[in-house]
Design a protein around this ligand. Structure first.
Ligand code: ZN
Length: 299
């Protein structure tokens, strides 16, 4: 599949374009591949360099911005507490309480996701509209079915592991719950809409699109594994420095994300970006709203 790393000259207008594209972005002339067997006919290839770029933004960008926001928030909080008269042991206790608070988690995540979202939109430029045009396709609705399928699988899987005495929670979900409690409406927007958009551009259009140029099966396997592992928070940063969490309770939820990763790649590969984004949003909106309802019942 080396051919998909080259550029191809359009027969009609003569301009060069990504060889994975089904039609020339300049004049719309078909690339010449059989439309029935064309492996990229439902996808939105951005060129392999841009695909790597968007994957890198999704993988490192959010963490990097979150780290910067953490440093700023901690500095401001510390100065505030010192001005308020906290010193020594009372200061470290106040800081400890702040870093465990829902407010702190909310500030960090909301800033990180919104900044990443704006960076992705700016870099996508006119490709943003190429992706949005996929919503005209009726097969977008199949994304809704895939999202519901993922929700049902997660419910069944959590039932199954509860028989073995395991809970449904991992570190990722615990952090999420704190934010949902602190700011329910903002959580719906960030985790239900903004997060899925950033992740679909990074992991399906970016990572899966890049890997499919090498081999389709390889693309499904590797992208699902990476998508699963980033949701495990195996590595974290606390006030004591970097820590690792390879506990069974943290890892046992991995299959939910592996199935999620494979089915979202399938949605993008077979039905296009609109279907993948709708599937992801359906799944996340269900999780956020179910958590809000559960919090209100427990309150
Ligand atoms: Zn052309």
């Amino acid at each position: 599949m080396k051919e998909y790393f080259k550029r191809q000259q359009c027969d009609k207008c003569g301009k060069e374009h990504d060889s994975a594209l089904t039609e020339c972005p300049n004049c719309g002339a078909p690339s010449g591949r059989d439309p029935l067997t064309d492996p990229f006919k439902n996808m939105t290839p951005l060129g392999y360099k841009r695909e790597i770029l968007f994957f890198a933004i999704g993988l490192f960008g959010i963490q990097l911005i979150a780290a910067i926001v953490q440093i700023i928030a901690l500095t401001i909080a510390k100065e505030g507490y010192i001005i308020a008269g906290f010193t020594g042991a009372s200061l470290s206790a106040a800081m400890q309480e702040f870093t465990n608070s829902g407010l702190y988690y909310t500030i960090v995540e909301v800033f990180a996701y919104l900044t990443c979202f704006l960076i992705i939109i700016a870099l996508l430029d006119s490709d943003f509209w190429r992706l949005m045009r996929r919503f005209k396709d009726k097969r977008v609705l199949l994304g809704l079915a895939i999202g519901v399928g993922n929700i049902l699988f997660a419910i069944l899987y959590i039932r199954l592991i509860s028989l073995g005495g395991f809970g449904s929670s991992n570190d990722n979900q615990d952090a999420l719950n704190k934010i949902i409690k602190e700011a329910p409406l903002l959580s719906v927007i960030i985790f239900g809409l903004v997060g899925p958009f950033c992740e679909e551009v990074a992991y399906r259009v970016g990572l899966f699109g890049f890997l499919k140029r090498i081999n389709t099966w390889f693309a499904y396997g590797v992208s699902a594994l990476i998508f699963g592992l980033i949701h495990m928070q195996l590595i974290g940063v606390s006030s004591n420095g970097i820590y690792f969490n390879f506990s069974v309770q943290n890892l046992i939820t991995l299959p939910i994300y592996l199935v999620g990763g494979i089915s979202l790649s399938l949605a993008y590969d077979k039905f296009g970006f609109g279907a993948a984004l709708l599937a992801h949003m359906t799944n996340n909106l269900y999780n956020v709203i179910a958590t809000i309802i559960a919090n209100n019942i427990n309150a």
